[in-house]
Design a protein around this ligand. Structure first.
Ligand code: ZN
Length: 219
């Protein structure tokens, strides 16, 4: 499922980026100008996307992304920005060399590959140009867990598993094992302060960090 052509992805991405600049529907001529194509071919393509329920097309008004189209546009943007980050951080590219490579790579990468790279680079918040990388997960086929030693301050994690020792420790603190935690700071002795979604805070000692298996969730 979820097979999109390169052209479809480019249109969805263009509409997404134009939508960010307006609170009205995006005009077909704006899409055509953005993609440097003729208005009739933009109209034809948008009708195709509307048939697939990826966009809503209103004659004389323009076009809007529907949830599935919005999600695919966000994925393509994530793919592009993850690749740019990878090329600079891991492959020795200069910042001004990565855009063209990423324009091609973004379309040929599966959701699994993009999420694996994102995971490998420890969930970067922005690409090398400073644009925000969408944090939502597009691949749920496997969850990769880390222990608390690899967790980063300011990130929210789903608690995948806890050892009995860690659970006992929480009971002593009158804290029920949380489903999500955000790491708020690391103390000089290596212990960390975690915050739950209901804003309870507690210290997890350094020696217990390996007892917490976490799945990255969001920034
Ligand atoms: Zn770029």
């Amino acid at each position: 499922m979820d097979e999109f052509s390169k052209t479809e992805q480019d249109y969805l991405k263009a509409i997404y980026q134009l939508e960010e600049k307006t609170d009205k529907m995006v005009g077909i001529t704006d899409v055509a100008n953005y993609l440097k194509v003729s208005a009739p071919s933009a109209t034809e393509m948008i009708k195709r996307l509307a048939k697939k329920k990826l966009v809503e097309h209103k004659k004389y008004y323009g076009v809007l992304l529907k949830p599935e189209g919005y999600r695919e546009a966000r994925f393509i943007i994530k793919s592009h920005r993850v690749w740019e980050t990878f090329l600079v951080e891991q492959a020795g590219y200069q910042i001004d060399e990565v855009h063209e490579e990423a324009e091609n790579l973004e379309h040929s990468s599966s959701k699994r590959l993009v999420e694996r790279l994102y995971n490998l680079m420890q969930f970067p918040k922005t690409d090398p140009h400073g644009s925000e990388i969408p944090a939502e997960r597009f691949w749920e086929g496997e969850t990769i867990t880390h222990d608390l030693n690899q967790a980063k301050v300011g990130y929210r994690y789903e608690v995948a598993s806890l050892t009995q020792e860690a659970k006992d420790f929480l009971i002593c603190l009158n804290q029920t094992p949380p489903k999500f935690i955000t790491l708020t700071s690391v103390l000089t002795d290596g212990s960390v302060i975690a915050r739950t979604d209901d804003d309870a805070r507690f210290v997890i000692p350094h020696f217990q960090k390996k007892d917490w298996q976490l799945t990255y969730y969001s920034h």
